[in-house]
Write a protein that binds this ligand. Structure first.
Ligand SMILES: Nc1ncnc2c1ncn2[C@@H]1O[C@H](COP(=O)(O)OP(=O)(O)O)[C@@H](O)[C@H]1O
Ligand SMILES: [Mg+2]
Length: 403
C-alpha cells in the first residue's frame, strides 16, 4: 500500500499547485510518486504542463513522476449508472412508483467517494511509494462517509434489510427473472459497500493516509479552517500539515506606493495567520510573480514549502489522538472523563447526545457518532465542557450495568 497524501481546501487556494509541487519534489528525492486529480474541475495537467488521461502515465519532464486525472462522472456512469438503472426498474417492479424510485437512487457524495475509492485501488495496486491526491474541496464529502443518512451509511446500515424486504416483495409480485435481477443488483451494491468500507479504513489509518490542508491567509478562511479541521478530526482522519499559500513578499523598508501596498497586505496576512493558533505549525508559500506551471517552477515552490526536508513525513501532526479516557475512584464511585480533542472555534455550536453505545456529537449542524470505549458504555453521562481544544465529557458508572 502506498502512502497517500490528500490535498484539500477551498477553491482557488492552490491545492493543485501544491499537490503537483509535492509530487514533483518527492520524485526528485528518488521516490516513485503518482499525483492524481479527483477534482472534477481538473487543472493538474495545466499545473504540470502536460496532457493527462485517466490512466497513470510518466511525466516526461520528471523521472519517477506519474500523473493522471480520474473522471468521477465516468466512474459514476460505470459503477453506479447501471446499478441505478437496475434499481429503478426493480423498485418500479415492486410497486414503488417511478418518482420515489428516482429519489431512492440519488444519494449524495457518490461521485467523490467513488473517485477516492479509485485512488485507494491505485494506492494498493500500483508500484508507487506515494500517491498525492489533488482532491478538490473534498473535506465536505469526507463527512459523508460516516453520516448514516448518506450513501455509505445507507449501504451499511439500511441496505441489508432493504435487500431482504425488496426480495420478499418481488417474490410476491414479480417473476423469477426480476428476483434474479434484484439479486445481481444487490450483489453489486454490496461490492460497492465493501469498496467504501476499505476506503474508510484507508482514510482513517494515520500510517497510510494524511491530509494537507491548503488555505490562503484571508480573514474568512481562519474560522473555516478550524471547522474543516474539526470535521476531519471527527472522521479520525489525520491532518499532517496546514499550508498557507500566496503570502505576499515582505518589501522590507523599501519606499513608494507599491511597497506600502505590499506591507499593508502582508501585515493583514500575518494577522490572519496569528489568529490561527493551536493548530500546529503552518507552512507558508509566497505569492509568486508568475504562475508556477511546469516541473521546474513547481520544484521551486516545493523547496520553499519543505526546505531541505523530505516532503513525505510531516513532523507536526495537527490532529493526533482523538479520544482519551481518564478516571479516578473505584466501583460505583468512579468518575471518568472522555476527552475528544478537536480544534473548535469560539462560536462553535455543540450538541451532545447519548445514542445507545455511541455519543452523537453535533458540531455546527454536522452530526457524527463517536463509538464509546467499552468501559464507558456501562456509564451515564454526567456533563460536558467545551474549550478551544475540544470537548470533555464526564461519566459515572450506571448502577444497573456495573458489576
Ligand atoms: N504561490 C503561488 N504564486 C502564484 N500563483 C499561484 C500560487 N499558487 C497557485 N497559484 C496560481 O493560482 C491559480 C489557482 O491555483 P490552483 O493550484 O489551481 O488552486 P486550486 O487547485 O486550489 O483551485 C493557478 O493559476 C495557479 O497557477
Ligand atoms: Mg485545483
Amino acid at each position: 500500500m502506498s502512502r497517500v497524501l490528500l490535498f484539500t481546501g477551498k477553491g482557488g487556494v492552490g491545492k493543485t499547485t501544491l499537490a503537483a509541487a509535492t509530487a514533483a519534489s518527492l520524485a526528485a528525492h528518488g521516490r516513485k510518486a503518482l499525483v492524481v486529480s479527483t477534482d472534477p474541475a481538473h487543472s493538474l495537467g495545466d499545473a504540470l504542463d502536460v496532457r493527462l488521461g485517466a490512466a497513470p502515465s510518466e511525466v516526461d519532464t520528471a523521472d519517477g513522476l506519474f500523473a493522471c486525472q480520474i473522471d468521477p462522472r465516468g466512474l459514476v456512469d460505470e459503477a453506479w449508472g447501471e446499478l441505478r438503472g437496475h434499481l429503478r426498474t426493480v423498485l418500479a417492479g415492486a410497486g414503488v412508483d417511478e418518482l420515489d424510485a428516482e429519489e431512492l437512487t440519488v444519494l449524495p457524495g457518490v461521485e467523490e467517494l467513488l473517485a477516492l475509492a479509485e485512488v485507494r485501488r491505485l494506492a494498493s495496486s500500483g508500484p508507487w511509494e506515494v500517491v498525492v491526491v489533488d482532491c478538490g474541496p473534498t473535506a465536505e464529502t469526507l463527512r459523508l462517509l460516516s453520516l448514516p443518512e448518506a450513501f455509505a451509511g445507507y449501504l451499511e446500515r439500511l441496505f441489508p434489510t432493504h435487500r431482504r424486504v425488496v426480495r420478499g416483495l418481488l417474490a410476491g409480485v414479480a417473476g423469477t427473472g426480476t428476483v434474479e435481477k434484484w439479486d445481481a443488483t444487490a450483489d453489486a451494491l454490496s461490492r460497492l459497500a465493501e469498496r467504501l468500507d476499505s476506503l474508510r479504513t484507508m482514510l482513517s489509518d494515520p500510517s497510510s493516509c494524511s491530509v494537507r490542508l491548503v488555505l490562503t491567509p484571508e480573514r474568512v478562511v481562519a474560522a473555516e479552517t478550524r471547522r474543516t479541521l474539526t470535521a476531519l478530526a471527527l472522521q479520525g482522519i489525520r491532518v499532517d500539515s496546514v499550508i498557507a499559500n500566496r503570502l505576499v513578499p515582505c518589501p522590507g523598508s523599501a519606499r513608494g506606493a507599491a511597497a506600502t501596498w505590499l506591507r499593508t497586505r502582508r501585515h493583514e496576512q500575518d494577522a490572519v495567520l496569528a489568529e490561527l493558533t493551536g493548530i500546529g505549525e503552518i507552512r507558508t508559500v509566497d505569492h509568486r510573480a508568475s504562475e508556477p506551471v511546469g516541473v521546474p517552477a513547481l520544484l521551486e515552490v516545493a523547496s520553499q514549502l519543505y526546505g531541505a526536508e523530505d516532503p513525505l513525513p510531516c513532523a507536526a501532526a495537527v490532529s493526533e489522538s482523538l479520544l482519551e479516557v481518564s478516571g479516578s475512584g473505584r466501583g460505583l464511585d468512579a468518575r471518568y472523563s472522555l476527552r475528544i480533542a478537536l480544534p473548535l472555534a469560539d462560536d462553535t455550536e455543540l450538541d451532545l447526545a447519548r445514542v445507545g453505545d455511541d455519543l452523537a456529537l453535533t458540531i455546527d449542524g454536522r452530526r457524527r457518532l463517536v463509538a464509546l470505549p467499552s468501559l464507558l458504555k456501562r456509564c451515564i453521562v454526567t456533563g460536558a465542557e467545551m474549550d478551544s481544544g475540544g470537548v470533555t465529557v464526564g461519566f459515572r458508572p450506571d448502577p444497573s450495568l456495573w458489576r
